[in-house]
Design a binder for this molecule. Structure first.
Ligand code: THG
Length: 283
């Protein structure tokens, strides 16, 4: 299954048979006070700096989230996206729980973006899917619905199927639905990661869709988060994860290693290229 995203002049393929695609997470106000401060003054320099440094570190797509308390993201998200796409030429993933912010951003975005996200709730399906169709965007489907979050992987698969069927009914192509299996904190529930891993496997085997997930959700409240995130990420990739939302400065080397190990990087070209580009940045 191939999901094609586009920026102004570039095309990016997320391929279930190809190497992992990295969606850079860092344009997100979570724990980034400086981003909140600069964005609230409509100063986009820091956001652009985060965009460029993530691309240098291996990001293929950039997640853009400007949600913080009191913000009008229906105004700020499109403004931020316009500033970023003037400076960099990679596809964007527009991250907001507010359908109005998604719509105002779809009106100004170049190319074909990824909407983050829709879920199985009736209200969400009705608000988001028609926009994905109208503006020809791909969409991330979170596997929760009007009954909340289930801990049963089979039920999570059913919600993924429901989102896919509703999308296809509206004329959205199957490959434009990317599923998020919902990674949750393993400190709160010992089975949290296992449920996610099983959901990834089911969605991969039964639906064949591309799959994303936040890289750091699982490690909330624990020490050695980076190593924990990486262990979960490798197992997720083996089960069918294709486009994690992650910090490329921390995860690209491991992603390149996982691709090499799975025979998705002939002659270790991407693995060694990444090494040399990191070495060049040090000097
Ligand atoms: N699924 C989908 N979208 C998502 C998430 C998901 N969007 C938001 C989030 N989860 C993924 N993005 C982030 C962004 C920043 C941080 C965590 C998740 C974060 N950053 C810290 C920082 O910058 O200091 C820590 C960075 C790090 O340690 O790597 O916490 O699950 N569809």
């Amino acid at each position: 299954m191939k999901t094609i995203l586009k920026s102004k002049s570039q095309e990016l393929v997320i391929d279930t048979e190809g190497p992992v695609v990295i969606i850079g997470e860092s344009i997100n106000p979570t724990r980034r006070k400086k981003l909140v401060e600069t964005l609230s003054q409509h100063n986009f320099e820091f956001a652009i700096q985060l965009a460029k440094s993530q691309i240098d570190a291996g990001a293929d797509v950039l997640d853009v989230n400007v949600g913080y308390p009191g913000v009008d993201d229906a105004a700020l998200l499109p403004e931020t996206v316009k500033a970023i796409q003037q400076e960099v030429d990679v596809p964007l993933c527009i991250d907001s729980p507010n359908p109005r912010a998604i719509e105002s951003t779809l009106k100004v975005i170049d190319g074909k973006c990824l909407i983050n996200s829709v879920n199985g709730e009736e209200k969400s399906l009705e608000a988001i899917l028609p926009m994905a169709k109208e503006y020809d965007a791909a969409v991330i489907g979170l596997v929760m619905d009007d009954d909340g979050i289930t801990h049963d992987p089979e039920k999570r698969l059913k919600i993924a199927e429901k989102i896919l069927n509703r999308a296809v009914k509206l004329g959205i192509k199957e490959e434009d639905v990317v599923i998020d299996p919902l990674a949750m904190a393993v400190s709160a529930d010992p089975n949290a990661c296992l449920i996610t891993l099983e959901t990834i496997k089911l969605v991969h085997d039964k639906l064949g869709l591309n799959i994303t997930q936040g890289a750091s959700n699982i490690s909330f409240g624990l020490p050695n988060r980076e190593e924990l995130n990486m262990a979960h990420m490798v197992l997720s990739i083996w089960n069918g994860l294709t486009c994690p939302i992650a910090n490329p400065n921390k995860i690209t080397t491991m992603i390149r290693a996982a691709d090499l190990i799975r025979a998705r990087d002939d002659f270790a070209l991407r693995f060694t290229e990444h090494y040399y580009s990191m070495e060049a940045m040090k000097s």
